[in-house]
Design a protein. Structure first.
Length: 628
């Protein structure tokens, strides 16, 4: 949820619509409402309704903490809706400031947990605010046809998920895109226990003031130096006054996966709710393969609720995008091109027919299968009956072990015993591995790097002595994977704690004809981090026995990729990814947020690559039925 620069409606596409202007003021009336919630708090809501009142229109609602201005009744937004074509086709567009943000009353609580709001008639949370808003809109906006769709990206994708709990009868569709679902397991705040340190400016700016007026300040040009010089994440927060902010205090108090986190994990909440109530509202989950902020959420929701989808109301779209790119140009991320504007295809051929069908009673969308997944490598859309499935029919996904091998090799055959049976590196917290080439800037001129870092060339990392690279022979035929790779790292460390980063990489041939700059490119297909102290349970941090060989097993983000002939597979292993993730002191302490300078110690890490306990990545390999 580091996305901050949002227009009045989340989907506004100023850059894309420049060539296709549409006079909003000439075609829409603007209304500013302060809608009362059940506890009396009023939420600021801006509505754009078509001037043409010859028919009734569905409402598209976005609820956001990022501001919905301009607020003056006669000041119109430059764009409304997912594209100019949506505005021309006439919806009622409603956007609302979240409780306690900008012009809305009340107290803002970041990613407000669900209450058992049936305990009292005035108990409120995001589910009740959505319900009360929809109820008011369909009763008071004269142009409404009585049908509402709620949609949004990032935090604004979290709110459509909340609206699905005890949904209002007028809610006919929910489209959560890149939502935060479980902030500890793999979305904004942590990944497998490692804290995403570069969220700290976001937390400050969201909670220090109602309107993001107080900005995070820095004293170094390079974010790497800024975060390194501060010490622990707790020390960095203290230096910036972050301990004044309520949500930061909660993070400090709950470094492990306790009930505070698990009780608000949206996938678990929805699974429990749907088990009792059933799925009442059609849902279009939209996931991005290179989402640098919320790469966990929608896949977790799909896995949690699809088994309960008895009436085929759950749909999934998987696109080759960074966080929120589906609202922009989807032709490429950085140097990686996809051969077409994949985001435009999504908006026009998947999203628009989906909304028209459920909100305007148009025929069912022909292109929208249960799952529409873009296949990277071959760069094509696939219509699938479920996920993870690599093809519509006639294939099977087979878990296949890709083994680390002595000498930095990689193969699907288990390696024989060898001496030594490991490769080693020294992980030094004083010199952590940067997640991008330095200097690193997450804001300002660095925003483009932040959007594209998951596809950045990994050769800089491969050149470091504290990163191990294992590489296969060139492929002689295509290799397709669909689903989550599973890292199985057998390792030991001389410390009593440690992190493990595993990256699955597509290594391009040394010569790429039409794109020579991609010669030898190392493209991350799936990668994540695991904090070693949680090896025995995410709620049970334990010191690592120094020098003992241990298994660290964890899932990597979902992929839908074809490694082409001539390409190589690579696995990189390292123990830091900075300053995206806070440094592990590599000495076990009760709470890493409060680690002291003396706790940060260099450690020798051994990664075992031979014999019966050689590490491997379990790949979801797609094979034609009957193939060996």
């Amino acid at each position: 949820m580091l996305l901050r620069i949002l227009p009045s409606l989340l989907f506004a596409l100023a850059t894309l619509q420049a060539a296709e202007t549409f006079d909003i003021k000439a075609n829409y009336d603007k209304f500013v409402f302060h809608i009362p919630m059940r506890d009396g708090v009023k939420l600021c809501t801006i509505v754009y309704a078509p001037k043409d009142t010859s028919e009734k229109y569905p409402i598209l609602l976005t609820r956001t903490p990022y501001g919905i201005g301009p607020y003056a009744p006669d000041a119109y937004a430059r764009n409304i809706g997912p594209s100019a074509k949506f505005a021309r086709e006439k919806f009622i567009f409603a956007s609302q400031d979240s409780r306690g943000r900008f012009e809305s009353e009340g107290e803002f609580i970041d990613v407000r947990p669900i209450k058992d709001h049936l305990n009292g008639p005035k108990d409120t949370d995001e589910t009740t605010d959505a319900y009360d808003t929809i109820d008011w809109l369909v009763k008071n906006v004269a142009e409404s046809n009585g049908k509402v769709g709620i949609l949004g990206i990032s935090y604004d994708g979290f709110t459509p998920l909340m609206a699905l709990v005890n949904p209002h009868p007028a809610l006919k569709v929910s489209v959560p895109m890149n939502p935060m679902v479980d902030g500890w397991m793999g979305d904004d705040w942590f990944h497998n226990g490692a804290f995403r340190e570069q969220n700290m400016p976001y937390i400050w700016e969201q909670e220090a003031t109602r309107s993001n007026d107080s900005k995070w300040t820095v004293s170094h040009f390079d974010d790497y130096d800024e975060y390194l010089s501060a010490g622990s994440a707790g020390d960095l927060g203290k230096q910036h006054g972050l301990e004044q902010v309520g949500f930061w205090k909660k993070i400090l108090e709950h470094p492990s996966y306790d009930a505070f986190w698990s009780d608000q994990a949206v996938d678990k909440v929805l699974a429990e709710d749907f088990k009792a109530e059933g799925i009442k509202v059609p849902i279009l989950l939209v996931h991005s393969l290179w989402d640098q902020e919320d790469i966990y959420g929608n896949i977790a929701v799909y896995k949690a609720i699809k088994p309960q989808d008895r009436e085929s109301k759950v749909f999934l779209v998987i696109g080759p995008w960074f966080h929120h790119q589906q609202r922009l140009d989807g032709s490429a991320i950085g140097d990686i091109e996809f051969g077409s504007d994949t985001a435009l295809y999504f908006r026009m051929h998947l999203l628009r027919p989906f909304l028209d069908h459920f909100l305007k009673d148009d025929p069912p969308p022909l292109a929208l299968a249960a799952v529409n997944a873009f296949e990277t490598g071959t760069n094509r859309w696939l219509a699938l009956p479920g996920w993870p499935l690599g093809c519509a029919s006639g294939c099977t996904t087979v878990p296949s072990k890709l083994y680390l091998q002595p000498g930095g090799k990689l193969a699907f055959q288990a390696p024989p015993p060898a001496s030594p049976d490991y490769a080693a590196y020294v992980s030094d917290p004083a010199k952590p591995v940067p997640y991008l080439p330095r200097p690193i800037h997450i804001e300002g001129d660095g925003e483009k790097d932040w959007q594209s870092w998951l596809v950045s060339d990994q050769r800089d990392a491969a050149a470091r002595t504290d990163v191990l690279s294992f590489e296969s022979a060139p492929l002689t035929s295509p290799l397709k994977i669909s689903g989550e790779p599973i890292a199985n790292v057998f390792a030991s460390t001389s410390g009593t704690d440690g992190d493990f980063v595993v990256k699955l990489i597509d290594v391009y041939p040394e010569e790429v004809g039409r794109q020579p700059r991609l010669g030898g490119y190392q493209l991350m297909i799936s990668a994540d981090i695991f904090r070693g102290r949680y090896r025995l349970g995410f709620d049970d941090p334990q010191p690592l026995p120094a020098g003992r060989k241990l298994l660290f097993r964890f899932a990597l983000p979902t992929a839908n990729h074809v490694f082409l002939p001539g390409h190589r597979l690579m696995v990189q292993v390292q123990s830091s990814w900075f300053p995206l993730y806070d440094r592990n002191p590599q000495t076990f302490v009760g709470n890493i947020f409060f680690a002291k300078p003396a706790d940060y110690q260099a450690a020798t890490v051994r990664i075992f690559d031979a014999g019966p306990q050689a590490g491997y990545v379990e790949l979801p390999v797609v094979k034609a039925d009957g193939a060996q």
